[in-house]
Every structure is written in C-alpha cells, then in structure tokens.
Design a protein around this ligand. Sequence first.
Ligand SMILES: *Cc1c(COP(=O)(O)O)cnc(C)c1O
Length: 232
Amino acid sequence: MGLTDITSRIAAAETAAGRAQGSVRLIAVSKVQPNERVEAVLNAGHRVFGENYVQETQGKWPDWRDRFDGIDGIDGIDGIDGIDGIDLHMIGPLQSNKARQAVQLFDAIHTLDRATLARKLAAQIQEQGRQPQLFVQVNTGDEPQKAGILVDELPGFLSYCAQLDLSPSGLMCIPPEGLDPQPHFAMLRKLAAEHGLPNLSMGMSADFETAIAEGATHIRVGSAIFGARDYS
Ligand SMILES: *Cc1c(COP(=O)(O)O)cnc(C)c1O
C-alpha cells in the first residue's frame, strides 16, 4: 500500500516549501478501486477519501461510515456531521439532478462549476440543514471540453454564489493534460488570494509535490496510494 510512502512525501514537500507539517490534507481517491484496497487504507487509520460518482458512493460508503465513523483516524479529521471519522469529498462532475444525494453523502464538494448546480445545491443545503464545504472548480486552461468556471467569469460566479447564501471556501483545478501544471497551480493560488478564499484543491498522483509548493491545502491522490484503476 502506498499510503505511508505518500504521507512521507507530503511531509517532505511541506518542509521544502517552508510550510507547517499537516497543512496539506490528503484526499485518498478511492473511485473504482476494489473494496479490499480501500479497507486496507481505512484500517491503516486514514479517514479522508474522494469519490467521483454519486451512485458508486451510495453503494459503498454508508457501510464504511457505519464501521469507521466514531473511530478516530491517524489524521484527526472530523467530518461535517460532528462525528470523528470519515471525511468524504466529491471530486467528480456533478449532475444537477444528483444534488440531493450529493449533499446527503459528502462532507465536501470540489466541483461546483455552474449556476444551475449552485442553485440546486443551495436549495438542498437549506432543505437538509447540512453544509458540505464547497470548492469552485476553475477551468484554468480555458479548455472548451473541460468543466469549470472560466477565469474571467469567476468574480461574477462568486457574487452569484453569495446571493444564494453559498460560501465556497476554496478553488479547485485540474490542469490541462500534458502541460506543466505549475503555472495553473500558481494561477489558482493567485485567484483564491484575490477573493480571500483559504483553500486550494490541486495536485494528483503525478504532480502533488508541485501543488504543495504552490500552496495546495487539499491534494487528491488515487493511483499512487491504491494502485492503477481497472475500468474493465
Ligand atoms: C481520479 C481523480 C484524481 C486522482 O487521480 P490519480 O492520478 O489517480 O491520483 C484526482 N482528481 C480528480 C478530479 C480525479 O477525477
């Protein structure tokens, strides 16, 4: 299992960047992974996980919450339910018609990327009285096929969120494939600072150390912890 290796690489990257130990939260991305691999990481005491699909999450996490919520992990993380234990992050594209389930299932949603979704999430947050932490996904590479708010549209989108009583705590990005991610991480950091947002969700298996150097507070690491995903 790659968890201990990744944890020590995070600590080294925090030190190299002059940042406090523990300032980066490791989201272990468990989508599509066999249950045994995820349970091994849960049994090792890790409590912060990321998923991409609402349906897959509904199928696996209620049981793991029953078994592991209330059991302190190694990282001292609390979910938003006030119970020590599982902290579950939605990091995949979210359909508006899944907003209800997403607000029920997740402690954080990293993919707030359009006005219709903002409206649905705001309505569900009011109705359920449950407030997942929110990140606005930004399309830093201006890629037409990619989700995310365009950089120019971010100020308007954040004002719209405020009108809906949504207060995102940070920004998230997925840099374009095959390009140096560093300028994208730097841009996200600058945008978050301009808007007074404390959290930065950026960095995956291949580039999390670069992201930590640029100020990431949440890194999303899957294959480097669990091994390659098998989609067959
Ligand atoms: C799958 C996924 C990850 C994890 O990717 P790895 O390369 O396996 O670390 C991180 N972020 C998002 C948005 C993902 O969809």
